[in-house]
Design a protein around this ligand. Structure first.
Ligand SMILES: [Fe+2]
Ligand SMILES: [Fe+2]
Length: 186
């Protein structure tokens, strides 16, 4: 396991760990609400993406490796218990923040500081979040019409959080892991 040598990259890893941990939990909460509202497939999408965020949190945590200690971790977190359309907007906003602001900056910092483990973890998350934003948008377009998604099995790569509806392809397009290890949400 690569050590992290630079304080700023370590701070970013801890913050990203915090953000992903909260996204994981928030999506599980919103999944339950979607199911109660009569959108079981949107609920399943939330659960699948929650698992992808767990993979991201796991990567960030493990890259920090030997950096033990007690830290206060500032991290972006969206709050709100609403209807599914509103909760999906929270999902879209959170993913877009990660795609447009957070991960590009974290990734460039990791590159600049020659932190290869962090660079990989941030790259994996950035690429997966792009898919999540799109899937949440598709879900919201339907939910606005009062419709659930027509959703095939959702596959999630446990290494990088790549998320695919249907398929899967032979290898993960982000991290090249064998798709036989993907977790299926059906
Ligand atoms: Fe995501
Ligand atoms: Fe992957």
């Amino acid at each position: 396991m690569a050590a992290v040598n630079n304080a700023m990259t370590a701070d970013f890893l801890r913050s990203a760990y915090g953000g992903e941990s909260m996204a994981h939990m928030r999506y599980l909460i919103w999944a339950e609400l979607a199911e109660k509202e009569g959108f079981p497939n949107i609920g399943r999408l939330f659960k699948a993406i929650a698992y992808a965020e767990l993979a991201h949190a796991d990567n960030h945590f493990k890259v920090l490796g030997e950096q033990k200690g007690d830290f206060t971790v500032p991290a972006g977190a969206i709050f709100g218990v609403g209807d599914t359309v509103t909760n999906l907007q929270g999902g879209i906003d959170g993913e877009l923040h990660e795609i447009e602001q957070m991960y590009p900056v974290y990734l460039e910092t990791a590159k600049f500081q020659n932190e290869s483990g962090a660079e990989r973890a941030f790259h994996y998350a950035l690429e997966a979040e792009k898919i999540h934003a799109k899937l949440f948008q598709d879900a919201q377009d339907l939910a606005k019409q009062g419709k659930d998604m027509n959703l095939d099995t959702v596959y999630v790569c446990p290494v990088c959080g790549y998320t695919e509806v249907g398929g899967p392809e032979d290898n993960c397009p982000i991290c090249k892991a064998k798709s036989s290890i993907f977790k299926a949400f059906e």
